[in-house]
Design a protein around this ligand. Structure first.
Ligand code: BES
Ligand code: MN
Ligand code: ZN
Length: 490
């Protein structure tokens, strides 16, 4: 597991500031006001920062931007990073400034001299999130033991404010590691083992094996995994931080550790990207980790369906009809539309067992959502406006793109099958919507439900605001925020 950048909080100490080797960062406002710690560093550097903010160059500097001075006079540091941040900055600006520092740091020890517990915490969060680096399979990776020191007036307050944010970063790192991991390493068994390890954090974790799934009647889920040598599993993670009788929020994730398409085989080009097809399960795992780490005062249950979609002599064929746990029969027209077959059984199980107050499923479900929304927004589908709006607000606060999409009977009609209760595909038009309609057939009318199609946002080819290229961890921040704002009670 990729470790969080070690961060230490200490009281301001001029000698330590002057003697720090590596990088030193300070904050000034867009109006050119120096924070107290910036004034100290200004004096040490014989007025370098003041000359900078008085210069014409500073007029072009925007909030959230970082300007670097190499080998500053008066400091042992190899560079001085001046962060421009307004006094009433947004959370987003502070995180972005931190991310810029994280990117600049390049594994070298950095020291941030700053004031204000809240803003320091948000900067540190941005820094740590952007500092993520998946080097598990790089044999020449340098040990990154150099951390970040934060020098501020009230180090205890800053550390306390950073605590819950570090829990979220820790969860997001887990999601990213799972999503980045190749499928020969992250088998269904390895995935389940990593989840079981979270028992140490106070989560209750159960692993349901194929025999259990058969007994429960999860035949659509099993039909996806039956062509693979890796056994299908469902893992249930419970966090009981809320009231004894409070119905939980249920998070359900698609965990296809590799999606070849099955007998409806995918083309070779780009198939390697299907290592990320367990992204929904990855977000559920990371969110449960974050909630446990920050000891959220809410009841949340995470369920993931772990399978591998492979062609073989034992694989499901196009045309096969299978019976779901709910009892509805599905004609499998295309074995590559497998995510919905996994989710429908786990969602049904989640409702039967937990009677959740709300249910959110996450899945890298359709290529069509990438055509519709690109890599900027996840597709959001819901049967409940209030629940949906609460989530959209949480996602917006955390700057994780999310855009609501429609549902409706006309789309549902596209799933009609001649010989079974439904087909598993609705055709090319509105492919993401018909996938969501399929799922909705397994949502009880009384369950407030949100489906998040994260195929476009789970893993991306270039860096985002808070993540390097690859797995983003999209959703961990928004879901943790949703729990904090909507479910946690004092
Ligand atoms: N895992 C894919 C969706 C996907 C595509 C995720 C690209 C991430 C990037 C899913 O199982 C799939 O294959 N969907 C098909 C559905 C079709 C057969 C109806 C698709 O999108 O083409
Ligand atoms: Mn598929
Ligand atoms: Zn898939």
């Amino acid at each position: 597991m990729t470790d969080l950048t070690p961060v230490t909080f200490t009281a301001t100490d001029l000698d330590a500031l002057a003697g720090h080797e590596g990088r030193v960062a300070v904050i000034v406002t867009p109006e050119g006001k120096l924070e107290q710690s910036a004034r100290r560093v200004n004096r040490l550097t014989k007025g370098a920062i003041q000359r900078f903010v008085d210069s014409a160059a500073f007029e072009k500097v925007k909030a959230g931007q970082v300007t670097t001075f190499d080998w500053p006079v008066g400091l042992a540091a190899e560079s001085l990073d001046v962060i421009c941040l307004a006094r009433n900055h947004s959370v987003e600006d502070a995180r972005k400034a931190g991310a810029a520092l994280g990117k600049l740091r390049g594994g070298k020890a950095a020291l941030l001299a700053a004031d204000g517990a809240r803003r320091v915490a948000e900067i540190v969060f941005g820094l740590v999130m952007r500092d993520y680096d998946f080097s598990a399979h790089k044999t020449d990776a340098e040990a990154k033991d150099t951390g970040v020191s934060i020098m501020c007036s009230k180090p205890e307050d800053a550390e306390a404010a950073a605590g819950p944010l570090m829990a979220i970063a820790d969860g997001a790192f887990m999601t990213r590691d799972l999503v980045n991991e190749p499928a020969n390493v992250l088998t269904t068994t390895e995935f389940a083992n990593r989840l079981a390890d979270m028992k140490d954090l106070g989560l209750e974790v159960e692993v349901l094996e194929e025999a259990d799934l058969k007994r429960l009647g999860m035949r659509t889920l099993l039909s996806v995994g039956q062509g693979s040598d890796s056994p299908s599993k469902v893992v249930v993670m419970q966090w009981k931080g809320g009231g004894k009788d409070d119905a939980p929020l249920a998070l359900v994730g698609k965990g296809v550790v590799f999606d070849t398409g099955g007998i409806s085989l995918k083309p070779a080009a780009g198939m390697e990207d299907m290592t990320m097809d367990m992204g929904g399960a990855g977000v559920v795992a990371g969110t449960m980790r974050a909630l446990a780490k920050r000891k959220a005062k809410a009841n949340v249950v995470g369920l993931v369906g772990l399978v591998e979609n492979m062609p073989s002599g034992n694989a499901t064929r196009p045309g096969d009809v299978v019976t779901s746990m709910k009892g509805d029969t599905v004609e499998i027209i295309n074995t590559d539309a497998e995510g919905r077959l996994v989710l429908c059984d786990v969602m049904w199980y989640a409702q039967e067992r937990f009677e959740p107050a709300g249910m959110i499923d996450l899945a890298t479900l359709t290529g069509a959502i990438i055509i519709g929304l690109g890599h900027e927004n996840a597709g959001v589908f819901s049967n409940n406006d209030d629940f949906c709006n609460t989530f959209l607000k949480a996602a917006d606060k955390e700057q994780e793109g999310a855009w609501r999409m429609p549902l409706g009977k006309a789309y549902d009609d596209l799933l009609k099958s001649r010989i079974a209760d439904m087909k598993n595909i609705g055709g090319r038009p509105a492919g993401s919507v018909t996938a969501a309609q399929f799922l909705q057939r397994f949502v009880k009318p009384e369950t407030p439900w949100i489906h998040l199609d994260i195929a476009g946002v789970a893993s991306v080819k270039s860096a985002t605001a808070l993540a390097p290229a690859g797995a983003t961890g999209w959703g961990v921040m928004a879901l943790s925020r949703l729990v904090a704002d909507g479910y946690e009670t004092e």
